[in-house]
Design a protein around this ligand. Structure first.
Ligand SMILES: C=C(O[C@@H]1C=C(C(=O)O)C=C[C@H]1O)C(=O)O
Length: 190
């Protein structure tokens, strides 16, 4: 799918119910390991594939949902939104949506200038970065994201697990949601 075709899917959005992680609910041990992993997802994906790439659906200043404003404890009604698909060996493994309040952006331009460089490379290189408020979600196999994953090159349509967490940087907070797509190794043992 070309960059232009991918950009037609932006902003995809992610309207779902999030709930705090409870170990016993996490479906399979393997999936729990992926959802609970506190290290960089980019680094983990790179260990699973020869060719890792970030394909940007889009980046823009958009209205924040009330839930996003609440999670980010911000009165900003707008923020910088970045949506990407992380590919492993030409298969879409993760859909990620990052929301950055304007107040956090005020401290530097790096977050707006990533392009196809993975956000994790910046976040995990920031001294003092803290990740918290990890929540999970489970989307049914007929959710729009499951259908779109097929268009992005997924081998099948299925129910999807995902997580979101808040990253606290010296500049401020940002919210990262990551949905594991059907080809991701997180589903391997099912
Ligand atoms: C937060 C990380 O960055 C990854 C890369 C992203 C991007 O480039 O937009 C978004 C979410 C993550 O899956 C990470 O590597 O853990």
């Amino acid at each position: 799918m070309s960059k232009q075709e991918l950009s037609r899917h932006f902003p995809f959005g992610l309207t779902t119910q999030w709930s705090p992680i409870k170990q016993q609910d996490l479906h399979s041990v393997r999936m729990a390991d992926w959802l609970l992993d506190s290290t960089s997802l980019t680094a983990r994906l790179k260990r699973h594939c020869q060719d890792f790439s970030v394909r940007v659906l889009g980046e823009s200043y958009l209205a924040l949902s009330a839930d996003e404003q609440s999670q980010l404890a911000t009165a900003d009604s707008e923020g910088f939104v970045r949506e990407v698909i992380l590919f492993c060996d030409d298969k879409p493994w993760v859909f990620a949506r990052t929301v950055v309040p304007l107040a956090t952006l005020s401290q530097g331009q790096e977050l707006q200038q990533l392009g196809e460089r993975p956000l994790g490379a910046l976040l995990f290189a920031t001294p003092g970065m803290v990740r918290d408020a990890v929540e999970v979600t489970h989307l049914a196999a007929d959710h729009p994201l499951s259908k779109s994953a097929l268009l992005w090159g997924a081998d099948k349509q299925r129910d999807l697990w995902g997580r979101r967490s808040r990253f606290l940087l010296p500049a401020g907070a940002l919210l990262v949601s990551e949905m594991f797509l059907p080809d991701c190794a997180a589903y391997a043992e099912e």
